[in-house]
Ligand binder design. Sequence first.
Ligand SMILES: *Cc1c(COP(=O)(O)O)cnc(C)c1O
Length: 364
Amino acid sequence: MKLEDLVNPAILTQPVYEPGKPIETVARELGLDPATIIKLASNENAFGPSPKAVAAARAALGEAQLYPDGGCFALRQKLSARHALAPEQIVPGNGSNEILELLGHVFLRPGDEAVMGVPAFVVYKLVTLLFGAKPVEVPLVNHRHDLGALAAAITPRTKLVFLPSPNNPTGTANSETEILAFARALPAHVVLVFDEAYVEFLENPPDLRPLLREGRHVVCLRTFSKIFGLAALRVGYGYMGAAMAALLNRSRQPFNVNAIGQAAACAALDDHPFTTRCRSDNHAGLAQLEAGFRALGLELVPSVANFLLVRVGDGARAFAELQKRGVIVRPLQPYGMAEWLRVTVGTTVQNERLLRELAAVMKP
Ligand SMILES: *Cc1c(COP(=O)(O)O)cnc(C)c1O
C-alpha cells in the first residue's frame, strides 16, 4: 500500500509555512559572514530580550533535569494579576501558535468554516486546513480588516473568526469601539479569536475583557515573541472564559511550555522599564523608516506595530538583492502582495543600513 493512501487527506494538500530565513542559513547559502547580516524579517524585537529575562533563563537551566510545571503556576499567577482575571482563565502555550492549534483541536472538523481576513497571519489558514475545515478569506480594505465584510462571511457552518489587531503583515489596527460592536453582533455559534501579538506596541490598547464578563465566546491571544523579545523560547498564552480554558487544556500536551521559557517570561513581565523603552524606540524606528521610504519615493502602509509594509515594485527581486547585501526582509508574494516587502523595525543603525541598501537596490 502506498503511504499516501494511509494518511489523513488534509496532510497531502497542507501548505507549508515559510518562515523568515535565519541569519545562519542566509550566511551559508550566500557565503556571507553571519556577523554582517541583519534580520528584519520576522518581527522579532531588535532590542533583544530583557537582561532580567536572560538571567532568569540562565538560572532555570541549572534545573534542566526536571520536567517543567505543566500547569505554569507562577506564570499564570503573574498573568492573572496583569489582566485582572482568574488564573483559570489563562492558558499558556508553546508560542501563541500552539493556542491557535488547540483551537483547531477543540472546534474544527471537516465541513466547518473559519473566517479570516486576507492578507492576515497565515497560521490561521494553516490550522484551519490542517483540521480539514474551510478557510473563508475576506479581503482587507485599505489594508485594514473590514469587520462588516467579516460579519457578512459568517454562515451556519462558521466555528471560528480570526481577528488580529494590529494585523500582520499590514501593521494596521481596528478601534476598540468597532471590535466590541463586531464581537457583540456575532452569532452564538461563533468563537472570536482576537490575536493581540503586537498589542504592547499600541499607545491605547483595546480592552476586550468586558466581552468575557458578558460570557461571550472570545479567546484573546498574546505572545512573548514580540515586544518581550523571547521568540526563541516559545511562550505565548490565551485568556478567555474559564470554561473555554478548560476545553483548551484538555487538548494540550501536559508539558507544553518549557521551564526556561516560563522563568524568562515571568521575569520579562516584571521588567516594565525594558518594555517601555522598546515601545518608544520602536516608535522612533517606525518614524525613521517611514521618513526614509518617503525620501526614496516609495509608498508605505502607516503602521502601529513593529514592522512596516513598503511597495518596491518587484518584491521578489528587491528581497533577493537585499539578501545578497546582508539584509533579510520578508517578501510578500505568499500573501498576494508581490510588489511589497514587510520590514521589521530594527535599531537606528539597522534601519539606516536597510534604507541605504534599499536605495542602492531601487536605483534604476
Ligand atoms: C508573531 C505572531 C504571533 C506569535 O507567534 P508565537 O507562536 O507566539 O511566536 C501570533 N500572531 C501573529 C499575528 C503574529 O504575527
